[in-house]
Design a protein around this ligand. Structure first.
Ligand code: ATP
Ligand code: MG
Length: 356
């Protein structure tokens, strides 16, 4: 299979983790007889320094010619004082808009060998395996007006939670598609239907879509309860689908269940079929350039890409299995080594390649 992959390493540890992920992908290509072409693009702080723009036109062009995109991370203290339009994070927001990346997928799975890293008790997290599907381009973060106003003669403020019915439908459909391919085939749709009209429409749409997927079970849960249930009994979840702001909060909460920021992958799906894959962690300026970052989140994001964008299930599984084997053998990067001798970014990736 021949595929073009756009690589946007970005800033800080983004470069280091993307570099070694490319090595892992090359090993997969060799072993399974695929041809992957890699095209690099600038984004974030680096792009500001070199092109005066966090998302240069060339980068958009490189992405649009590709079959999938892998991103490292953007941002860092160097650009924190910049005006809004020259912030690295703007590059990523602009890319999401430009490519209509409307669905954010965040799988939350525990690794048997890392159960000690969770802040929750082992027996609560052992076997956790769910995915959060978050709407990414609508809702409260994008609705207009969003401004300071005068209301009843007083200083006031308004933000707007706006969704087109079609936007709700496509995110819920994505969640059902995903659930229908999973073993448990269960969806928890999270909302605040006891107070929000948008949530009542969300429920209506979820019920409509559910009729087309008789094999999938649908349950509704209020967001405050969901926040509690994630801690109380995370194993109950299979697929969680929710709107932008609820998803933002719940996915950060959920990422801590496993206790390892450096292990978690994500995908952002587009209506165009051109999807983006990235680790959930940021650019980690405190450890950048030291060859100590955990590359697993990015390597597992690449596995998601192989599965979701290219349909290469066997190859994706091979990467996941290799990661599992290396962890079981005791190899850890500094973030998980708990004071024991740690492997470097490159050593970790090298072991994963060998396990492949
Ligand atoms: P952003 O705003 O870009 O999401 P953040 O403020 O959430 O960034 P991160 O960059 O994700 O922060 O880093 C949070 C902490 O986790 C830092 O101490 C960082 O060193 C650590 N960290 C993040 N990613 C990794 C990784 N892959 N390996 C090891 N440590 C990491
Ligand atoms: Mg963060």
């Amino acid at each position: 299979m021949k595929k073009r992959i756009a690589l946007l390493p970005g800033d800080g540890i983004g470069k280091e983790v993307v570099d070694v992920t490319v090595e892992v992908l090359k090993t997969v290509a060799e072993h399974f007889h695929h041809q992957f072409q890699f095209d690099y693009g600038l984004i974030g702080g680096d792009a500001i320094d070199q092109k005066g723009n966090p998302l240069p036109e060339e980068t958009i062009a490189i992405c649009k010619q590709a079959d999938a995109i892998i991103l490292g991370a953007v941002g860092g203290p160097k650009w924190d004082q910049n005006p809004m339009e020259l912030r690295p994070e703007r590059g990523l927001l602009a890319l999401r808009k430009e490519l209509d990346l409307f669905a954010n997928l965040r799988p939350i799975t525990t690794f048997d060998s890392l159960l000690d890293s969770s802040p929750l008790k082992k027996e609560y997290v052992n076997g956790v395996d769910f995915v959060i599907v978050r709407e990414l381009t609508g809702g409260l973060y994008f609705g207009k007006p969003s401004e300071r106003i005068t209301y009843e003669g007083q200083e006031a403020v308004v933000d707007t939670l706006l969704y087109k019915r079609s936007e709700i439908e496509r995110i819920i459909e994505s969640a059902f598609e995903i659930a229908s391919k999973r073993r448990r085939k269960h969806i928890t749709s999270v909302d605040k239907a006891n107070v929000l009209e948008s949530s009542r429409v969300w429920r209506e749409v979820a019920e409509e879509v559910a009729k087309r997927y008789p094999e999938v079970t649908l349950e509704h849960m209020l967001v405050d309860n969901a926040a509690m249930q994630l801690i109380r009994s995370p194993k109950q979840f299979d697929v969680i689908v929710t709107e932008n702001m609820f998803g933002d909060i719940l996915s950060d909460e959920a990422s801590m269940i496993t206790g390892s920021l450096g292990m978690l992958a994500s995908a952002s799906l587009s209506s165009t079929g051109l999807h983006l894959y990235e680790p959930i962690h940021g650019s980690a300026p405190d450890i950048a350039g030291k060859n100590i970052a955990n590359p697993v989140a990015t390597i597992l994001s690449a596995a998601m890409m192989l599965r979701q964008s290219f349909g290469l299930e066997e190859e994706a599984k091979a990467i996941e299995k290799a990661v599992d084997n290396v962890l079981n053998s005791g190899t850890r990067t500094a973030d998980l080594a708990q004071g024991n001798k740690a492997a470097s970014t490159k050593q970790m990736a090298e072991e994963i390649k060998n396990a492949l």
